[in-house]
Design a protein around this ligand. Structure first.
Ligand SMILES: [Cu+2]
Length: 64
């Protein structure tokens, strides 16, 4: 399943790494592409969308 999320709280590469890390903690096979400029995160995963969103929010980020 392909997810396209906007994580507006990402401001630097550290945030980008955090988001990638928490997504991969949910699904180690996930393919995560972050575009910092547009704050878009494209994720190819078998994990449920709500779990991915919750993991990102739990890491202190905002999913629009
Ligand atoms: Cu940051």
């Amino acid at each position: 399943m392909k997810l396209e999320l906007t994580v507006s709280s990402m401001v630097c590469e550290g945030c980008e790494e955090t988001v990638k890390k928490v997504v991969k903690a949910k699904d180690s096979q996930a393919d995560v592409v972050v575009d910092l400029a547009s704050k878009k995160v494209t994720i190819e995963t078998t994990a449920p969308e709500n779990e991915i969103k919750e993991a990102i929010v739990a890491a202190g980020h905002t999913v629009d």
